[in-house]
Write a protein of this length. Structure first.
Length: 200
């Protein structure tokens, strides 16, 4: 059984690092995912982010990055169909780090942030990738009430190691000068300030 720790500052819950899978075992588990652009159910799932994000992007065609795109990129195709230009990054399946040296009008991170082994470092990277006034769109299941955590299905996936709550996102938004909208239990939209300086 894994142990979990909770940050007293931001309320992030994280699994004991000693319980992490090896990179090989982690990749093998991702290979079992059957996410396909042809799967209408998966597209409906992703639309929970695409729809509100698109409403905020407006009609202008913009440049985006799908961070943690996984083995079967679908979100990027949906956004390209709306006229946006998309780049991809995933440490296992799209490891071209050159895309991390540019900045984007928006960055998406769907069902990926819970896999971050060093969430503070990866969070700061996400913010550096977003232009001033740009958007960061995240999908991840938010931590339920603490008394329900032990029975929470989401923590049972051994690749899920970082668990964010509403409190965590509100803390990060205040610290890093972001606006924050939380839609339902798993969609978070954050916007950088118009004169946003990348965090160190």
């Amino acid at each position: 059984m894994r142990r979990y720790f909770r940050c007293t500052t931001c309320a992030l819950i994280f699994a004991d690092p000693a319980s992490r899978l090896t990179p090989e075992a982690e990749r093998a588990r991702y290979n079992y995912h059957q996410n396909s652009p042809a799967d209408e159910g998966y597209r409906r799932f992703l639309n929970r982010l695409v729809t509100p994000l698109s409403a905020r992007l407006g009609d202008a065609k913009q440049q985006g990055l799908d961070f943690g795109c996984g083995p079967g990129p679908t979100l990027s195709l949906m956004l390209e169909a709306l006229g946006h230009t998309m780049a991809l990054y995933d440490p296992f399946f799209a490891p071209d780090t050159s895309v991390l040296h540019r900045r984007y009008d928006f960055v998406t991170c769907t069902e990926a942030i819970e896999h971050f082994h060093t969430p503070d470092r990866e969070w700061r990277l996400l913010l550096r990738l977003v232009k001033p006034g740009g958007w960061l769109g995240i999908m991840t299941r938010l931590v339920p009430a603490l008394e329900m955590f032990n029975q929470w299905y989401y923590k049972s996936d051994p690749t899920h190691v970082s668990f964010f709550s509403r409190e965590t996102f509100h803390y990060l938004a205040q610290r890093d000068h972001l606006t924050c909208e939380i839609i339902g239990d798993d969609v978070i939209l954050l916007r950088t300030a118009a004169h946003h300086c990348p965090v160190a």
